[in-house]
Design a protein around this ligand. Structure first.
Ligand code: 3H9
Length: 700
């Protein structure tokens, strides 16, 4: 019938099967194939129609690669209209993930059945969009306004059982044989004379919605939307579902979907979607590079990092051993893990039984002899090169050949660590971000001698434990922390030049950062940077640290001591500007002979974010990162960069590289050349009128 959609009648049920790998997205060919099959089924002997998919999943949405291109017939709404007006019952049979347009297709069917492991959802908001094929109109009609808003504004998928409770799934199947069970369900519906249910026929009583509900919901969502507009438009659509007939509601949805799809935010978020998947691919490594089997893991060090990493493995059922120097430290580490899981249980996000299962997978030891036969070791001890080398020498002597030896270092030279062993090909960096059980980023650091199968194993394993991986070559701070240096430095220098901490942080937060740079310093603890600076052989330029040093020396270590750049309310941890700090900044500026002035918002934005871009350009040129998109992923998942801006390199392309280059030259001329030198790649691309995206295309 079509290369991607087949149709046959089995036991008087017409079975439409989509087979369009990888995720059965609704490409033009799929839409046309389904539409033709439904029309064919109207004329044959079938008594009902089952719509299902081959491969790993039910339809996972519209084909995102078609966005931004000229529309091709039939449109998705046109296909759904044909499905919805079928004279025979249509039953969607779901496995895997029915997402976005895929779930909207299922909602246009008369009934929905699913295997127990299936999930359904409307994740469009994560692409800066809203469900544009009836999702905002049909979900509230079935599940109610509040549940619909939660589902659509969060974009989070819902497991089959919960979807069944919400009315979104009519039948949860046994899940042994989808096709046979779906046909049996269809026959049962036919034989019982089941109604021709159509979601569009349900109405919502506007009087059931309390006055002010939508306004309050808007305010609530705006707080977590960080400047994203899609959430607000979703609320407008759901409001239309309450107040307007179906077709008029669909019109509102269509209009707002069209507005969003051309918005810079959605463009940025779609870039992030593809960049995330691209980052998982290592240039030059064939897709079929073998992977090593990782059944058992050991972590050296049970501090905050080690404990968090252990949880990542236990969460996916991989046994993990924590290795500590002594029983006391081990007990402390295990205790913290237990406490962290208990908090999740208290929040209702984990059952007691699952907590027990996970805890049972985490064991401890004080002897390297007990980890001889693990498949992967991750070292997470102090950032001290001598201690790290000692650990790796010991691991080399005890752990079985073929095991992967990884270091969680944030700054140290992975090649030097690898040379402490006789198997540098097995050594790799796995740089987790704190808290490791929460933060999504995993920087995979490739040493000069790291073997290909070690890299492919670690990238695959990273995905398995829920991380987004990006590959970095070895340099001081790798991609993320190396770029951060200039950002942090400018935050500090802006204070000396006349900005207040509140001004710097609120501008960064208005830009979309999860938290401003100075507030992040307070959260992490100002003493960390202070200690690192004290250990340096050469004293850093006082303009980059004089205030931070003075704060630490006066006992202001950040949130943990109740004060840093800000004062903190002991009960709520809310930050508050502190006149004492503002005076200290003025004094230090005077001490250094700096005349303070008013600093504009634009200057703060450019001085904070252009250093990221400039360092990113150097990192690309040196081959530390494979692609500009990989750098974006590091910043989106590791540093709270706003996804609606697509990451620093994508943002640079939108601003225009000529403008970025000119501004950096202006800062070089006005603020001094020591911290402002345009990267040669930035200069070259700006002069050629090109973007980082062009560079990525030219460099494969
Ligand atoms: C929408 O539906 C709008 C409608 O409301 C209205 C329209 C009018 N299109 O993630 P993976 C590719 S908006 C095209 O690694 P997994 C992906 O790029 C859409 N391609 O697999 C990758 O390619 P490659 C709403 C897509 O098993 C490959 O598939 N839907 C699409 O870890 C494998 O992807 C969504 O937002 C797509 N829709 O996860 C769902 N989806 O191999 C987005 C994936 O060349 N998708 N690809 O790198 C997902 O969340 C995950 O891909 C999924 C599978 C959970 C399905």
């Amino acid at each position: 019938m079509s290369s991607v959609v087949s149709y046959e009648v089995i036991n008087n049920v017409g079975v439409i099967k989509v087979n369009s790998p990888p995720v059965n997205a609704l490409s033009q060919a799929v839409r046309e194939g389904i539409l033709n099959a439904v029309q064919a089924a109207q004329k044959d002997e079938s008594e009902a129609i089952v719509l299902m998919c081959e491969g790993r999943t039910f339809i996972a949405g519209a084909d995102i690669t078609e966005f931004g291109k000229p529309p091709m017939e039939p449109s998705l709404p046109a296909m759904l209209a044909v499905l919805e007006s079928s004279s025979k019952l249509v039953i969607a049979a779901i496995h895997g993930t029915a997402l976005g347009g895929g779930f909207e297709t299922a909602l246009a069917c008369n009934y929905r059945c699913a295997v127990p492991s299936a999930k359904v959802g409307l994740p469009e908001v994560k692409l800066g969009l809203l469900p544009g094929a009836g999702g905002t109109q049909r979900v509230p009609r079935i599940a109610g306004v509040k549940a619909a808003l939660e589902m659509i504004t969060s974009g989070n998928p819902v497991p089959a059982a919960q979807a069944n409770d919400m009315g979104l799934i009519d039948e949860v199947l046994a899940g042994q044989d989808l096709q046979a069970e779906a046909i049996a369900y269809a026959r049962e519906l036919v034989e019982s004379g089941a109604l021709h249910n159509r979601v569009r026929d349900i109405t919502i009583d506007p009087a059931s919605i309390e006055p002010g509900f939508f306004d309050n919901y808007r305010k609530q969502v705006a707080k977590r939307a960080r400047g994203q507009i899609a959430q607000d438009r979703i609320i407008s659509c759901v409001e239309a579902a309450v107040n307007l007939p179906m077709d008029e509601g669909l019109e509102v949805e269509r209009k707002l979907f069209s507005e969003l799809i051309t918005s810079p935010q959605s463009k940025a978020m779609r870039h992030a979607f593809f960049a995330e998947r691209e980052a998982a691919k290592i240039k030059g490594l064939p897709k079929d590079t073998p992977v090593r089997d990782i059944k058992k893991v050991a972590i050296i060090g049970s501090g905050t990092m080690g404990g968090g990493i252990a949880m990542c493995f236990a969460n996916v059922g991989i046994p993990v051993q924590l290795v500590e120097l002594n029983q006391e430290a081990l007990d402390r580490g295990l205790g913290v893990i237990q406490k962290n899981y208990s908090i999740t249980v208290k929040k209702g996000k984990l059952s007691e039984a699952d907590m027990a299962k996970r805890l049972a997978l985490i064991t401890g030891t004080t002897s390297y002899d007990d980890i001889k036969d693990v498949d992967l070791v991750i070292e997470a001890v102090f950032e001290n090169p001598d201690i790290k080398k000692e650990v790796f020498t010991k691991l080399d002597a005890t752990v079985k050949q073929g095991a992967i030896l990884a270091t969680n270092t944030s700054y140290q030279d992975v090649n030097m660590i690898a040379e402490a062993t006789k198997r540098p090909q097995d050594v790799v960096g796995m740089h987790f971000f704190s808290p490791a059980n929460v933060m999504k980023l995993l920087e995979v650091v490739r040493g000069d001698k790291t073997a290909d199968d070690v890299l492919s194993t670690v990238m695959q394993l990273g995905k398995k434990i829920g991380k987004v991986c990006a590959l970095s070559r070895v340099c001081y701070g790798f991609i993320g922390n190396r770029m951060l240096t200039g950002y942090g430095r400018q935050a500090h220098m802006l204070l000396l030049d006349g900005a207040t901490p509140t001004q710097v942080d609120s501008v960064a937060e208005k830009f979309g950062m999860a938290m401003g740079p100075l507030a992040v310093g307070d959260l992490a603890g100002l003493d960390i940077g202070y200690k690192a600076r004290q250990a340096l052989a050469e004293k850093p330029d006082p303009r980059t640290c004089i205030i931070a040093d003075a704060l630490v020396e006066s006992g202001r270590l950040g949130q943990k001591s109740g004060a840093g750049y800000y004062k903190y309310d002991p009960a709520t941890r809310a930050r508050q500007a502190d006149p004492e700090v503002e005076q200290l900044i003025k004094d230090k500026a005077k001490e250094l002979g700096i005349t303070q002035r008013d600093i504009s918002e634009e200057e703060i934005v450019d001085r904070l974010f252009f250093p990221l871009i400039n360092e990113g350009a150097l990192i690309l040129e040196e081959g530390i990162a494979q692609r500009p998109g990989d750098i974006d992923i590091v910043y989106l998942y590791g540093y709270g960069f706003p996804v609606a801006k697509g990451g620093p390199m994508f943002y640079a392309d939108q601003v225009g590289l000529q403008k970025v280059y000119d501004r950096i030259c202006e800062f070089r001329d006005t603020l001094g050349a020591d911290f402002w030198q345009p990267a040669p790649l930035l200069e070259k691309l700006a002069k050629e009128g090109k973007t980082f995206a062009d560079w990525a295309k030219e460099n494969g």
